[in-house]
Structure formats: structure tokens, C-alpha cells
Design a binder for this molecule. Structure first.
Ligand SMILES: [Zn+2]
Length: 183
């Protein structure tokens, strides 16, 4: 606040999980932690509690708007290297498209579809899940070679075609092509 010429205000801390399936365990049984870490359903109630606790008006509408713009502009998402975080070696990753019906790996691309040998299932879109995994593991910009390897495809041409079909943005041409994976 000081750095941005905004008057000091009381500050409350709250950690909110937006995914309802997240299980929050308070292993230390510390009450202040239980009050601070909540699911999104509790958020509005907690904001009302804060409003009851702090009556004094500290900011003008204009200052509030400035603070809101600043918070959005200064927010930086945390970049996590999943391989490092979980101590996974590249060699330990199982490459290939997973069968959505039986979970077997890898599905083989032939006849314009992905085919599962163990259960006989076919899919036109099963590779999109694999691309999402690739994005989580290696980041949102990957080379055509990484995609070919990960999907276990035999040629660049078919890889280009599948990526085009899925509508991913391509940077550069030929062997040096990279793709932006956005989901
Ligand atoms: Zn299968």
C-alpha cells in the first residue's frame, strides 16, 4: 500500500479453494488455520463477517478501483515445474494416448482414428487428453518432435494434421515448428 501511495488499511488473510473436491485437512488442529483456509462456498459469509468487523470507511471509490486494478495487474501465477516438484525423471514418463474406455496405453493411430488393441475401442479425440498431460508436464509451448514422441506418432505430417484439426496455434515452419497448447 505504502509503495503505491494508498493509505494503510486492516488486512485479513483468507485462502480459498475453488475446487469442491479438494479435501482440506488441518493436521495441526490449529484453529487459526481452520479459520483461514476455506472452500469457495464459505467465501461470501466470511466477507460479510469481515464487513461487520471493520466499520470504518478507509478508501474512496476511486482508491478502491485503483487498488483493484493494481491487484489484477500485479498478480503473477505460480509457475510449477511438475517434473522437479515430484522428482520425476523424463524416462519414467509413459508416453502415448491412453484408452478412455479401459485405460490401456498406448492407443495406435490408424485409419483416421485412435485404436485400442486390448479392448477394441476407437476414438477420434483421445489424443487431446494426452496433449493436456504433455502441457502439464512440459509447459504450454512444445516442439513438433515432443508431440510426435508423446503421442507415439510415426511421422511429422500426420502430427501436423492432427494438431491443425485440434486448432492449436503453430509457430514457425517445418522441423522447428512449435505449438502453443491452450486448454
Ligand atoms: Zn481400451
Amino acid at each position: 500500500m505504502r509503495n503505491y501511495n494508498l493509505p494503510p488499511i486492516p488486512i485479513e488473510k483468507l485462502i480459498t479453494y475453488s475446487n469442491p473436491n479438494t479435501i482440506i485437512k488441518n493436521i495441526t488442529n490449529n484453529k487459526s488455520v481452520a479459520n483461514m483456509v476455506i472452500h469457495k462456498e464459505q467465501l461470501l459469509t466470511r466477507i460479510s463477517d469481515f464487513a461487520r468487523k471493520h466499520h470504518a470507511v478507509c478508501y474512496t471509490d476511486e482508491q478502491l478501483q485503483r487498488l483493484s486494478d493494481l491487484l489484477i495487474a500485479l498478480h503473477t501465477p505460480k509457475q510449477v515445474n511438475i517434473l522437479e516438484k515430484f522428482h520425476v525423471m523424463c524416462e519414467q514418463i509413459q508416453y502415448g494416448v491412453i484408452c478412455p474406455d479401459c485405460g490401456a496405453l498406448p492407443m495406435i493411430y490408424s485409419g483416421a482414428k485412435w485404436n485400442c488393441a486390448p479392448c477394441g475401442a476407437t476414438s477420434k479425440v483421445a489424443y487431446l487428453d494426452a496433449l493436456q498431460d504433455l502441457c502439464l508436464l512440459f509447459g504450454g509451448e512444445v516442439s513438433i518432435r515432443q508431440i510426435m514422441q508423446f503421442l507415439r506418432l510415426d511421422g511429422r505430417y500426420i502430427t501436423y494434421r492432427l494438431m491443425k484439426k485440434a486448432g492449436f496455434e503453430r509457430l514457425g515452419d517445418n522441423k522447428g515448428s512449435r505449438y502453443i497448447l491452450k486448454f
